[in-house]
Each structure stands twice: as structure tokens, then as C-alpha cells.
Design a protein around this ligand. Structure first.
Ligand code: PEP
Length: 253
């Protein structure tokens, strides 16, 4: 049975003190929830990983994720943060290949493939993001775009490695815009991604793969999206910065 996951992506918001307050409020509200086969993830700024990890402590199925990871191990790479450092700070997951990193920081599928390797080289689960821009949706090339992102970023992995990966489908036109893919549009792409993984790695890996939807997920649309057969949760930006909205989304999974 594959895991359902609701992961917040705070982006470049919150100080460590604000982050601890936000996580405490969320955890307090979900403390009685049964999290069997369900995970709650906080994708926080790197400077908050240690303090958020210490608030979470050993609560099962609650994780801290970084929002990036270096493709280098160590050395003269000013400003970079390695997988070893992230793991030592308490991160157990990493968002890799978010469209903002692809667009503003020029991260190619090839660089992202290396980042995925670095995460898996430590005990960090990659949440690998893919998704098309509006023009690619409109001109109907979105499946080709997503196929290339998934193949070039992930398909060098062994079957054992692929079994540890989480994928997030995030149509770029729906991120931070208030516009959401319809459950049917999202389901179509999730099923497509699962079929790609199945063709390469077999049914078992594909069936156990959690594929999250991201793009203006909010309390009002979360249950409908997550109820689709191939949508296993959400990667949530804006709504994850509001404790009660994020809690409602967690409760929808
Ligand atoms: C995101 O940043 O991954 C995201 C999906 O943002 P939002 O929920 O704000 O669209």
C-alpha cells in the first residue's frame, strides 16, 4: 500500500522562530490523527531545519524536508548545502527540481539527476518535481515535457533507488496562481507518470510510488484532488503557511 503524503513548501518565508511556531500549531492540531501510511512533511528554509526537526523529535510519519540540495559533496561551493549537512541537521526528505529552481536557478534535468543521487546517497527521500508551463499545456506537448523530466531526472536509478522516490506533479501554470488543475486533468497526468514508471521499473514499484499534486491546493479542493486514484497527496505552497489551512489539507488525505 502506497503512502499518502501532504508536504508543505514554505519557499523563502518564515524565520526559524516563526517556523517553530507554525509547526507546533500544526502538530498540536493533528496529534490525535492516525498517520498509518500517511506522512506530513514540512519543506522549510534550510536555516529552520534544525529547529523544526527538534520540535518534531521522533513523532512517526512527520518529516522535515529541505527545498534544495547541492549536487556537490563538499568543498569550495560557496552558499551550497550538501546532503550530508542536511541529513545531519535533521532533514529526511528534500524537494528537488521545483519549477522555481528550474526557472530562476537554471536547474536542468541533468543537474537534478545528480541532486537525486546525492539525496539517496544519504537517508534523504527525494520529492522530485515535474510539470509543464501554460504554453505546453495549451499546445498539448505537456506529456512529452513531463516524460522527459521524469526520464532524465530519475530513470538512471536502480529499482531499489526508484522505490524510495516520491514524485510531485506541479503544473507550473497552477503554482501560486490560484488556478488549480481539475481533478481529471491532474489524474490524467498522474496515471501517465505511473505508467512511465511501470514500463521502466515494473508494476510493483509503480503501484507503491507516491505521486503528489501541487498547484494551488487548498482546503476547498484538497479532498476532491486526493480522492483521485493516482493522486497520493499534495505538495502545498501558499496554504502550508497558514496552520489551519494546512491542517485541513492534512485531514483531507
Ligand atoms: C508549490 O510551491 O509547490 C506550490 C504548489 O505552491 P502553491 O500551492 O502556492 O500553488
Amino acid at each position: 500500500m502506497r503512502n499518502k503524503i501532504v508536504a508543505g513548501n514554505w519557499k523563502m518565508n518564515t524565520t526559524p522562530v516563526e517556523g517553530v511556531a507554525l509547526v507546533s500549531e500544526v502538530l498540536d492540531a493533528v496529534k490525535d490523527m492516525e498517520l498509518n501510511h500517511k506522512k506530513v512533511v514540512f519543506g522549510v528554509p534550510a536555516v529552520s531545519i534544525t529547529s523544526v526537526a527538534s520540535i518534531i523529535g521522533d513523532i512517526a510519519n512527520v518529516h522535515v524536508a529541505s527545498q534544495n540540495i547541492s549536487s556537490y559533496d563538499s568543498g569550495a561551493y560557496t552558499g551550497e548545502i550538501s546532503a550530508t549537512m542536511l541529513e545531519a541537521s535533521g532533514a529526511t526528505m528534500a524537494i528537488i527540481g521545483h519549477s522555481e529552481r528550474r526557472e530562476y536557478f537554471g536547474e536542468s534535468n541533468q543537474v537534478l539527476a545528480t541532486k537525486v543521487d546525492k539525496a539517496l546517497g544519504r537517508r534523504i527521500t527525494p520529492i522530485y518535481c515535474c510539470g509543464e508551463v501554460l504554453e505546453e499545456r495549451k499546445n498539448n506537448t505537456f506529456q512529452t515535457v513531463i516524460k522527459t523530466q521524469v526520464e532524465e531526472g530519475l530513470f538512471h536509478l536502480s529499482m531499489e533507488e526508484m522505490a524510495k522516490v516520491v514524485i510531485a506533479y506541479e503544473p507550473v501554470w497552477a503554482i501560486g496562481t490560484g488556478e488549480t488543475a481539475s481533478p481529471e486533468q491532474a489524474q490524467e497526468v498522474h496515471a501517465f507518470i505511473r505508467s512511465l514508471v511501470s514500463a521502466k521499473y515494473g508494476n510493483e514499484v509503480a503501484d507503491n510510488l507516491s505521486i503528489l499534486y501541487g498547484g494551488s491546493m487548498k482546503p476547498s479542493n484538497a479532498s476532491e484532488l486526493i480522492s483521485m486514484v493516482d493522486i497520493d497527496g499534495g505538495l502545498v505552497g501558499g496554504a502550508s503557511l497558514n496552520a489551519s489551512d494546512f491542517v485541513e489539507i492534512i485531514k483531507a488525505m
